[in-house]
Design a protein around this ligand. Structure first.
Ligand code: 5AD
Length: 380
């Protein structure tokens, strides 16, 4: 029994059982349950959020991300406020309800600059504004909220504090535990009145099934408004990517030592960074947080160009984030290989997504597409 009455949450062992399930027929039950809960709570609308990658400068040295400060091969850019505003207008003209401003953790995007930008975008377009600018201090986050920013995305990537510390080393002089700091910021964002988004990567080297089960429990505890889930994709100019034994995209060595081909998966095994496992986590995220806005991510579409986007939408997701970043910058926002290669115009990308949405019997979302509260996910 997967679909439970409100108040009856999936237990950790049920979550784990689904994460470890390999039988295709049983998995159909999971996809069906996630799709049913998606339809009953957030409905058939698929919200399109226009994504603008405003700067690829970053002060961090995250072990997974191609934008990390040590990547000297990357040409860095920062869009001007006028450019960002022009693309926010484009988002509005295309009929999107939300613009997402994303960047590396770039101190060059000062508190004042972002404040003015948010104010202009809100005044001129009326769009919902989502920020995804990394770990910034509470004063900056408060100023941007005051200026009208509606939502903030900050993934915790993994709920395993030790793995998080390994992949997300602190800045010089940063003494607090990196994972606790991130959780603290997610709390601050909620207190400031932002809609809060977080999420994880699936298949980080060293990530076990048990730890992903805990990630899902943490989504529920945080009562997230938005949850982004994508496969880890190794980038050669990063620590995790350079050590990646198997560049074909098949699983990294198990966290608990080699697994015999015939042995069933176990809770302490390495999580594969594949499409199937990512879809399981998307489906389970829908079941544990029925009301959340969940994108079918670009990373999922990158590892499975033919089916990834549709699978995400059929297995719990209700959001897509078309990339509006100007073409001259798009390829430079290379958080992982294969991203930003599309040279489709914003109009062509929109037409493609609308056709996909219609082919699944769904419809494009109208308005801002904020989280609608029915039954609190935390109570579930
Ligand atoms: N593979 C997959 N996702 C990545 N991200 C960054 N680097 C990678 C990678 N190598 C994701 C992280 C981050 C978001 C901006 O992009 O989840 O939060």
């Amino acid at each position: 029994m997967i679909v439970k009455a409100p108040g009856q949450a999936l237990t950790r062992s049920e979550i784990l059982r689904w994460l470890l399930e390999t039988d295709a027929d049983r998995l159909e039950e999971l996809w069906g349950a996630a799709d049913e809960v998606r339809r009953a709570t957030v409905g058939d609308e698929v919200h399109l959020r226009g994504l603008i990658e405003i700067s690829n400068h970053c002060r961090r040295r995250c072990g997974y991300c191609g934008l990390q400060a040590g990547n000297s091969r990357l040409t860095r850019y920062r869009m001007s406020a006028e450019e960002v505003l022009a693309y926010a207008r484009l988002a509005r003209n295309l009929g999107y309800g939300t613009v997402v401003l994303q960047s590396g953790e770039d101190p060059g995007l000062t508190e004042r600059w972002v404040t003015n930008l948010v104010r202009h975008i809100k005044e001129e377009t009326g769009l919902a504004v989502t920020l995804s600018l990394g770990e910034r201090n509470p004063q900056e986050l408060a100023a941007w909220r005051e200026a009208g920013a509606d939502r903030y995305l900050l993934k915790f990537e993994t709920s395993d504090p030790e793995l998080f510390r390994h992949i997300h080393p602190p800045l010089p002089g940063e003494n607090s535990d990196p994972f606790q700091k991130r959780l603290g910021l997610l709390g601050t964002l909620g207190d400031l009145g932002y809609e809060v988004g977080s999420g994880i990567m699936v298949g980080i080297p060293g990530q076990t099934f048990l730890s992903v089960a805990r990630d899902l429990e943490l989504f529920r505890e945080l009562d997230l408004d938005m949850i982004g889930i994508g496969p880890f994709i190794p980038h050669p100019q990063t620590e995790l990517g350079a050590n990646w034994a198997n560049p074909s995209g098949t699983p990294a060595p198990p966290a608990s030592g080699p697994r015999a081909a015939n042995r069933p998966l176990s809770a302490s095994d390495q999580v594969p960074n594949d499409e199937l496992t990512t879809c399981k986590v998307v489906a389970l995220a829908r079941l544990v947080c029925p009301e959340a806005n969940i994108p079918s991510t670009t990373a999922l579409a990158t590892i499975d160009p033919a089916g990834g986007r549709a699978h995400g939408l059929q297995r719990g997701a209700n959001v897509v984030m078309p990339d509006l970043t100007p073409l001259q910058y798009r390829a430079l926002y290379e958080i992982y290989p294969g991203k930003g290669l599309s040279t489709a115009s914003p109009e062509a990308e929109q037409a493609r997504l609308l056709a996909l949405i219609a082919s699944m019997g769904r419809r494009p979302g109208l308005g801002a597409g904020e989280r609608i509260r029915r039954v609190s996910c935390a109570a579930g």
